[in-house]
Design a protein around this ligand. Structure first.
Ligand code: ADP
Ligand code: ADP
Ligand code: ZN
Ligand code: ZN
Length: 845
């Protein structure tokens, strides 16, 4: 229905004409989308918005671009998926500003992503204040990532890594046989080193601390690598006798001291796991030469405005802007110091400063003034990173391209969203098109054109319900978006629950929080809000979570193990603050975040929720499986027995491309089934295990109706709105919102827990308002079951539905970090000085 399509023949001028799009769940849709306009794609999660905007339009633009580059690239890309679509006309080149879906972290910083650091290096190189007699340095000399710039002591890392006896031998009451030297490799290699020590006559059966210092030092620190005969399996006494008799040894073994082993492995290994393992036995400290500034002394001796380049990179962007502004306007040129400069230098200073200030203006307008250039991008939220890249594009002077964005309002307080809209308007005014997938009503309202996809998710979606100017959507009954766009009723009016107690924190110091006291109500649903950068995550996702985890003796505070093989974890921030009361009733804490449920196609929703264990048992119990002695492990694609060996159960194989990211292609042997032919012969109710993984949750719910345990898991997944997902859909294909709801469902299926603290950071990201309603309902269920739920939240519809609100601010960075107001939503909505209050008020009855 709707206004999709516009007659036959050539495309309308000024429009992108799409015919027969069938990517993922899209149902052969045809539509015309205006260029040079802000086009917003709406629809419930899983309806097919991204499949249309990214999977079809962007993918096709990208493919055409790559094909135009060279026939060579075309050959490389013949395996690249071609979007399922009959025809697209009038499509400009596209730039995607997509949010990361579990992509690996890269070592970049705000300065490198925005390219501001390049300009700053140029400024220091050409217009910095050099000590008398020092030669001018090239711009590269101001980068810690170049040999010219890197501090020679720490190779530009800012930290030096070393080993100590304590770090190599964490428990000195153990003997060498008991693995006192924990840093040594595990398994065979470690045993080999111990056997060598036996040959060399060292005592491996006395506690480490009782060995002579001379022996301890040699074992840990020697750089000698003697090769000696090894008698595997013999006792020290037997070894002595064998040596005396000159018996033939098992083999010749080469010794390596613990320090040598650790440092060499760390420096040379290609395996991230190995590197991570040995890093545990090293201690890091700030580099004494550069004091953590990562640069050579020559570079650090050059200043601008009295500050070296490392310190200037630590300033919040707002302060950097203020520092450079006088130079940009030429007002600082009359400075005593700078009057000595050559006129060319003054011109260069002004030029570079002007450019920097103009680019900083955009970043400040997007509400990012609290970030510093040196901030590493993995510590940014996906929304912050996307806005950073958006700001970079606004100044890139491109025109005639289409920017495809994924929920740019994510992480933005309504007060920040206005700036975002201004940046989008600027891109449009420079002659570009904007295709935006978005859920925030205040952004949707600003659209020139809406493409509403639906009506529901997965199989029940994939149609274009409407394509046209916003007003026309009001008449489309099937649209879920229509209800929220044209009707402002709150989620529902209800009485607020009274707190059952208080979790009180004091002395909280982290990022922009300084000796903050805060209290979280127990047994209710509370929201923490505030502008972006005010300190919500620092308070909730960092300090609250870490303090509670420490009290509970919980190791990893997340709902699942986190994969960080980054050394940056080593320099984890100190935990400053304490819980003064309220822990008595908290037994457990769960973080339900939007991090991927796994980083490889091996994890999927069936494995994560545990329902696949039940399914495998059902297959193992079939007559054929029992006859062939197949156990449940046979039906796992992670175990060698039953899986396809060509792809090791992945269903796909990685194709390495030269200097482009690698791509996955279906496994030629199993055609994506993941299992070997023998395993696939076993069926349960006429379906094999690969068929089951291919079912949607909805289909599986009917299929397994008689199996209470499986059905229970599937029912909860349906309740959180994931009925459209396939059981075997790889974790890498899931959006953050989907991952989060899978975690929530996993929690909800463990019935009757109570006394658990749930912490959710921006749980509504990626969710359509109708999905948000569903989420709130699930959170309410957790509270009703006797738990405490704390959410960091921007969507005021949700904040208004909570029992309690904590407003952090008032501003961002240095201007935030305090609790501005706290209380039931009605009270916070009236609080003076709260930036949230004006946006909260309209949602209250
Ligand atoms: P939306 O953007 O509206 O949330 P998507 O376009 O991401 O929806 O998803 C639409 C449907 O396509 C969903 O059923 C989703 O599970 C499915 N889907 C998404 N990505 C993939 C993929 N890479 N492979 C197969 N199916 C996918
Ligand atoms: P919010 O969650 O309200 O957006 P954050 O707690 O993330 O705010 O940030 C509060 C302040 O702390 C900001 O100035 C931010 O730049 C700073 N900050 C947050 N995380 C880090 C970090 N890992 N390293 C340095 N500064 C940080
Ligand atoms: Zn150094
Ligand atoms: Zn295979």
């Amino acid at each position: 229905g709707g206004q999709a399509g516009n007659g036959a023949g050539a495309g309308r001028p000024g429009y992108v004409r799409v015919r027969g799009a069938r990517e993922h769940n899209l149902k052969n849709v045809s539509l015309d989308i205006p260029r040079d306009a802000l086009v917003v794609f709406t629809g419930v999660s899983g309806s097919g918005k991204s499949s249309l905007a990214f999977g079809t339009l962007y993918a096709e633009a990208q493919r055409r671009y790559l094909e135009s580059v060279s026939p060579y690239a075309r050959r490389l890309f013949h395996q690249m998926p071609v979007p399922e679509v009959d025809e697209i006309d009038g499509l400009p080149p596209a730039v995607a500003l997509q949010q990361q879906r579990g992509s690996p972290t890269t070592r970049s910083s705000v300065g490198s992503v925005s390219t501001l650091s390049n300009s700053l290096r140029m400024l220091y190189s050409r217009a910095g204040d050099y000590p008398a007699g020092q030669e001018l340095l090239y711009a590269e000399s101001f980068s810690p990532n170049t040999p010219e710039g890197a501090c020679p002591e720490c190779s530009g890392l800012g930290r030096v890594y070393a080993v100590t006896e304590q770090s190599l031998v964490p428990d000195d009451s153990l003997t060498i046989r008991e693995r006192a030297v924990a840093a040594w490799p595990p398994a065979w290699h470690g045993q080999n080193l111990r056997d060598i020590l036996v040959t060399l006559g060292y005592d491996v059966d006395t506690p480490w601390r009782d060995l002579p210092k001379k022996d301890r030092d040699w074992i840990l620190y020697t750089d000698e690598t003697p090769t000696v005969p090894v008698y595997a399996g013999l006792t020290p006494e037997e070894t002595r006798r064998a040596l005396k008799r000159k018996d033939t040894p098992s083999y010749q073994g080469t010794f390596s001291g613990a320090r040598r082993y650790v440092l060499q492995t760390f420096a040379t290994t290609e395996s991230a796991a190995m590197k991570k393992r040995v890093a545990r036995y090293m201690v890091s400290k700030e580099c004494p030469l550069c004091r953590g500034k990562r640069l050579r002394q020559e570079a650090l001796s050059v200043t601008f405005g009295g500050i070296d380049i490392a310190d200037i990179s630590r300033l919040p962007l707002a302060r950097l802007h203020d520092l450079l502004a006088p130079y940009a306007s030429g007002k600082a040129a009359a400075d005593k110091g700078r009057a000595r400069l050559h006129p060319e230098q003054l011109i260069v200073t002004q030029r570079i400063a002007e450019d920097l200030v103009a680019r900083l203006d955009v970043l400040l307008a997007l509400g990012l003034g609290y970030l510093a250039l040196e901030r590493s991008t993995p510590t940014l939220s996906p929304g912050e990173l996307q806005r950073l890249r958006l700001a970079t594009q606004v100044r890139s002077n491109l025109f005639g391209v289409v920017y495809v964005l994924d929920e740019p309002s994510a992480g933005l307080h309504p007060a920040d969203t206005e700036a975002l809209l201004a940046a989008l308007a600027q891109l449009k005014a420079s002659g570009n098109s904007l295709f935006v997938v978005e859920h925030a009503l205040d952004v949707i309202r600003c659209a020139d054109w809406i493409v509403d996809v639906g009506p529901a998710a997965g199989e029940q979606g994939g149609e274009v319900l409407y394509s046209g100017p916003p007003q026309g959507l009001e008449r489309v009954d099937a649209s879920q978006t229509r209800r929220y766009l044209f009707d402002d009723t709150p989620i529902r009016a209800r009485t607020r629950r009274a707190p059952a107690g208080w979790l009180r924190l004091e002395g909280v110091t982290r990022n922009n929080l300084n000796q903050l006291a805060a209290e979280f109500p127990l047994g209710v649903l509370s929201a923490v809000c505030g502008v972006s950068g005010s300190g919500k995550s620092s308070l909730v996702s960092q300090v609250l979570v870490e303090l509670v985890a420490r009290e509970l003796g919980q190791g990893a505070p997340a709902g699942q193990v986190e994969e960080t093989d980054d050394l940056e974890q080593e320099t984890a921030l100190p935990l400053e603050g304490r819980i003064v009361s309220g822990m008595e009733t908290i037994r457990r804490m769960v973080r339900v975040d939007q991090k991927p449920i796994g980083r490889t196609p091996r994890s999927n929703l069936a494995t994560y929720t545990g329902l696949f264990d039940q399914v495998r048992k059902l297959f193992a119990a079939t007559r054929m499986a029992r006859a062939r002695k197949y156990d449940a492990g046979r039906f796992s694609f992670n175990v060698a027995k039953g899986r396809c060996e060509n792809c090791a159960g992945e269903g796909s194989v990685m194709v390495e491309l030269l200097f482009l990211p690698s791509v996955y292609a279906p496994c030629p042997v199993c055609a994506g089934a993941r299992y070997n032919a023998k395993t696939l012969e076993v069926t349960y109710q006429d379906r094999n295990i690969a068929d089951v993984l291919g079912m949607t949750v909805d289909a599986a719910f009917d299929f397994f109706a008689g199996e209470a345990l499986v059905a229970r898991s599937l029912e909860v997944l349906r309740e959180v709105g994931l009925g459209y997902l396939r059981l075997g859909q790889p974790a890498t294909e899931l959006s953050g919102g989907e991952a989060q709801r899978i975690k929530l469902a996993t929690e909800l299926q463990r019935t009757g827990r109570g006394n658990t603290l749930y912490v959710l950071d921006e749980p509504t990201t990626g969710l359509h308002p109708s999905d948000v309603d569903r989420l709130v309902l699930q959170l309410e269920r957790l509270v009703e079951a006797g738990n405490t739920v704390v959410v960091v939240e921007h969507t005021m519809r949700v904040v208004a539905a909570c029992d309690w609100v904590i407003d952090v601010g008032p501003g961002a960075g240095d201007e935030g970090g305090t609790v501005v107001a706290a209380g039931p939503p009605e009270r916070v909505a009236r609080a003076a000085g709260s930036r949230s209050a004006p946006y909260l008020r309209p949602w209250l009855p």
